[in-house]
Design a binder for this molecule. Structure first.
Ligand SMILES: C[S@@+](CC[C@H](N)C(=O)[O-])C[C@H]1O[C@@H](n2cnc3c(N)ncnc32)[C@H](O)[C@@H]1O
Length: 383
């Protein structure tokens, strides 16, 4: 991510103030705190302000270098240890009384962040420790919005024939896709309901994520799908909500119905949401009308693609894999990128020097830049 991205996060003042209040409430004098995904260090600084004696601020992105500079400039450096790396691969020297985590995605139940939070809570907390946020609720409500539905299902009937071509084979994929939206409360036909409720200290198995709710709809309406979002309870009474019309930065997902559902006054409407391997599935039932959607069906994968992703698939290295293996085998802790690239170039005559360097950089996910000694001198002086 870029530095402007992280500066933009600072503009989400409702989210940040809610975290700041919660950190003040939960962190006690002398606590050890871990801020997982610290970004510019914001919540680590708040933890020190709240009385933490040590904060481990973990961040995989190079933004951590900027966070360190901000910490130095504001007198926080002696109580915060910045740790560069991706949890769980990175080593963190201790456990925390308070774990702060904020890298949510709109959908929440993706492997990231769901499995990451589960792992962090079990590995990084002292017994009796607390997590911010402490609870997450997944919410749904029936949605009536011809406009939202037309946007995601534009090729209907005659329009499926646009430019004289029948596009209807692509429609199914769009209707099985959750669509990111920021809608107002007017579009809701029933009260929002909690479909899944997690305490972060006791997250269920990712395989068990299903919930069902129902409504009685007051008047005759047309339902175009479900609106899905999550609310964070940071600590008792402190919330960040993505409900329509609220200021939560993640907004909502529109889970479309395959066809608009006609609901009569006082008729019951029920809905279920579930997740498997981070993929959402949803169902809406009203009398005889039933629609289902599934992200699994939204993936434009052929049968061969699906088999290649199955645990039973037998992988083989191929030409590129053999080359990568050769490069990895040359990294013995003494050779530079340049030396490895040169050995690879000599062994594979069809690569030139720059191509070989690029290959090495890609394999080690490094960026090779040519540093002049004057730059190194300048960096030393600035330090
Ligand atoms: C949305 S930013 C939030 C930054 C900051 N906490 C804030 O609220 O302004 C989330 C950060 O978490 C970091 N992150 C996500 N997963 C991580 C992991 N497994 N280990 C370390 N950092 C991680 C990302 O690189 C990103 O910088």
């Amino acid at each position: 991510m870029t530095v402007p991205y992280y500066r933009d996060l600072l503009a989400q003042s409702d989210r940040i103030e809610a975290f700041r209040s919660s950190i003040r409430e939960v962190v006690r004098d002398g606590d050890d705190v871990i801020d997982l995904g610290t970004g510019l260090g914001t919540f680590a600084f708040f933890a020190v302000d709240a009385g933490a004696s040590r904060v481990w601020a973990v961040e995989g992105d190079p933004i951590v270098n900027v966070a360190k500079a901000v910490a130095r400039a504001n007198g926080y450096a002696d109580r915060i240890e910045f740790i560069k790396g991706w949890f769980p691969d990175v080593s963190i020297p201790g456990k925390a009384d308070v774990l702060i985590f904020e890298d949510f995605s709109k959908k929440l139940i993706d492997a990231h962040p769901y499995l990451l939070i589960k792992r962090a809570v079990s590995d990084l907390l002292k017994p009796g420790g607390s997590v911010i946020p402490e609870r997450i609720r997944l919410m749904i409500a029936p949605l009536s919005s011809e406009e939202a539905w037309q946007k995601v299902a534009p090729f209907d009937g005659d329009e499926d024939q646009a430019y004289g071509i029948d596009w209807s084979a692509s429609r199914e994929y769009v209707l099985n896709t959750p669509h990111a939206v920021f809608l107002g409360p007017d579009a809701l036909v029933g009260e929002p309901q909690v479909v899944l409720d997690f305490e972060l200290l006791r997250l269920p198995d990712a395989a068990e994520l299903t919930g069902n709710v129902s409504w009685e709809i007051n008047e005759k309406r047309v339902v175009h799908g479900l609106l899905y979002w999550f609310d964070l309870e940071l600590s008792p009474g402190l919330r960040v909500s993505n409900a329509p019309g609220e200021s939560g930065p993640w907004g909502q997902f529109f889970l479309p119905a395959h066809f608009p559902i006609e609901v009569e006054a006082h008729q019951a409407l029920s809905a279920g949401v579930g997740a498997r391997d981070g993929l959402l599935a949803w169902e809406i039932t009203c009398g005889e009308q039933r629609v289902r959607g599934s992200e699994f069906l939204a993936a434009p994968a052929s049968l061969d693609d699906l088999f290649a992703m199955s645990p039973a698939h037998v992988p083989s290295l191929g030409e590129r894999g053999e080359l990568e293996l050769e490069v990895l085998g040359l990294a013995d802790g003494t050779r530079s990128y340049q030396e490895i690239a040169e050995m690879i170039r000599r062994a594979n005559c069809d690569l030139d020097h720059d191509e070989a360097l690029r290959l090495v950089a890609n394999i080690f996910r490094g960026k090779i830049i040519r540093i002049r000694s004057s730059d190194v001198f300048k960096a030393e002086v600035e330090k």
